[in-house]
Design a protein around this ligand. Structure first.
Ligand code: SF4
Length: 159
């Protein structure tokens, strides 16, 4: 595993299975974090399993159930953790590019709104990164990421 073991997945993602089992991602090999037969997604999103995993990554520790990614990276492959990090960065870059394009091609209200939303999204992403420096971020960072994603979707819908 790389020196920087941080994984963004538990802040942006949950994986659900047809039998109701919920895990942080499809690559995770540990126990389920909840089951939709008994819990809501909202309850699972910030339950003690999710908080514990976020705390581990904030301390640069790798949860035991993440061996799919550690093995992949040890063999020189691209893990889901790495792909998620790249996708998140690419998403932020794409939104910034949309904002720049809007500035040079049109002054339409929709483009202006998209640009403004992209800026808000980027600002929120920065807030999340700052919040992630604290162990207290295990719950609030999740909510902030949800808000950032929602803002991005709203911007996309307006374009
Ligand atoms: S390190 Fe891999 S297995 Fe663990 S949460 Fe991240 S993507 Fe999932």
């Amino acid at each position: 595993m790389n020196k920087d073991n941080f994984c963004v997945v538990p802040w942006i993602h949950l994986n659900t299975e047809p039998n109701g089992r919920v895990k942080p991602c499809c690559a995770y090999l540990g126990e389920e974090f909840g089951n939709l037969k008994n819990d809501t997604l909202e309850e699972i999103w910030n339950n003690h399993y999710m908080k514990s995993m976020r705390s581990s990554f904030l301390k640069n520790e790798i949860p035991n159930g993440c061996s799919t990614c550690t093995k992949k990276e040890s063999s020189g492959g691209v893990s889901y953790r790495m792909a998620a990090a790249r996708a998140t960065a690419a998403w932020a870059a794409a939104r910034a590019a949309v904002a720049r394009e809007a500035a040079v091609t049109t002054a339409g209200a929709a483009w202006a709104a998209a640009r403004a939303a992209a800026r808000v999204t980027a600002a929120r992403a920065e807030e999340v990164r700052a919040a992630a420096a604290s162990a207290a971020a295990v719950t609030t960072a999740g909510a902030a990421w949800m808000a950032a994603r929602s803002a991005a979707r709203s911007a996309a819908a307006r374009v």
